[in-house]
Design a protein around this ligand. Structure first.
Ligand SMILES: NC(=O)c1ccc[n+]([C@@H]2O[C@H](COP(=O)([O-])OP(=O)(O)OC[C@H]3O[C@@H](n4cnc5c(N)ncnc54)[C@H](O)[C@@H]3O)[C@@H](O)[C@H]2O)c1
Ligand SMILES: [Zn+2]
Length: 329
């Protein structure tokens, strides 16, 4: 297949390009980082890029939590306007296959089980609780501490910040495109992706990147909250492989199919900091009790649908992947 990879010069996109090429596909990079004219918001450039491709792997986006609400228009512009321009060009050119870089952030706080009230969905955590070091979300009914569970694809969306909102809107646009054109659309809702070429520590980077940069400066990784927040760290090569299987398989025409894309092995942020510090030879992480408003406490997905329906299987284990990441540039 000839596949247009938007954001193909970025962290995940560049691995997707490598994985596609290794499988004998032709990957065409469209990324404003390497070509100022390759902006997904530019209808003329996008129309030229989609001509003659069999599928689009849409990774281009502005990522991360950002530096406050001032970034909102830029997120919406790059992520949602960009996706709309891309989908319109695909509709026009007759390109009927899309794989979108989705995100777990669309779930917000996710799924919890209260011993008394069953499955509940806690709202955003209160500043007073966070200030007092009470990091676990509360049951919205009885106030007890519910246990985090695995989030399935049919869990209701609950985006908690601008970035999350734009990632959800991308999916809605993709679903509308699929209905309107009969195209096949897949959203891979990535968990916390890490690995070689992960972006450096800016307000837009992931936590593994902050820790690695601190270690490289000889500083202890600073772990927020109490370090027991749970995530699913999935290796970038496994995410690239998921894109390839989704592009090859396609999906039901006329609809958006979503797949959680995680390792299936949740770890705490504290464990991740320790694994990186060990691999680096210290210093040991410190737990600071700081927090970022808008962060959710636990997000762990159930990624079994991707395994059973598309036969994808993550290959890079946590310790091995963190060792490699600690050593990579
Ligand atoms: N890294 C993660 O943990 C993670 C988790 C969930 C979802 N995602 C999604 O995966 C995708 C790739 O993210 P990444 O981590 O590789 O980030 P990245 O910043 O390394 O890659 C994004 C790429 O998109 C390009 N881009 C941005 N705006 C563009 C525009 N208007 N036109 C053309 N190119 C543009 C950038 O130049 C960059 O190379 C994004 O859609 C992101 O939302 C990432
Ligand atoms: Zn309860």
């Amino acid at each position: 297949m000839r596949v247009l990879v938007t954001g193909g010069a970025g962290f995940i996109g560049s691995h997707a390009v490598e994985a596609l090429t290794a499988r004998g596909h032709e990957a065409v990079v469209f990324d404003v980082r390497t070509d100022p004219a390759a902006d997904v918001r530019d209808p003329v450039a996008v129309a030229r890029a989609v001509a003659g491709v069999d599928a689009v792997c849409h990774q281009a986006a502005m990522v991360g939590l950002g530096a406050g609400f001032g970034d909102a228009a830029e997120y919406v512009s790059r992520n949602d306007l960009g996706t709309a321009v891309l989908l319109a060009a695909m509709a026009e050119a007759g390109v009927r296959r899309l794989v979108l870089a989705g995100s777990m952030v669309v779930y917000g706080e996710g799924r919890y089980v209260c011993p008394r009230d069953g499955v509940v969905r806690p709202g955003p955590r209160a500043v007073a609780d966070l200030d007092a070091g009470r990091f676990e979300p509360r049951c919205p009914v009885c106030g007890a501490e519910p246990a985090p569970g695995l989030v399935g694809e049919d869990a209701p969306a609950d985006p908690r910040n601008v970035y999350a909102t734009t990632k959800l809107a991308q999916e809605h646009l993709a679903a509308a495109w699929a209905r309107s054109t009969g195209g096949s659309a897949v959203s891979l809702r990535y968990h916390n992706v890490y690995g070689p070429r992960m972006p450096r520590d800016t307000p837009y980077a992931g936590v593994a990147s902050f820790f690695r940069s601190a270690l490289a400066r000889g500083k202890a990784p600073r772990v927020f909250e109490d370090g027991r927040q749970r995530r699913d760290f999935v290796h970038v090569r496994d995410v690239a492989a998921a894109n390839v299987v989704a592009l090859e398989a396609g999906s039901a025409p006329g609809a958006l199919t979503v797949y959680n894309t995680g390792s299936g092995e949740p770890h705490t942020v504290g464990e991740m900091a320790r694994a990186l510090a060990d691999a680096h030879g210290g210093p040991a992480p410190v737990v600071t009790g700081e927090y970022r408003l808008g962060d959710v406490r636990h997000i762990t997905a159930d990624s079994s649908r991707l395994r059973t329906e598309l036969g994808w299987k993550p290959e890079v284990g946590f310790q091995e992947g963190m060792r490699e990441f600690a050593a990579s540039g």
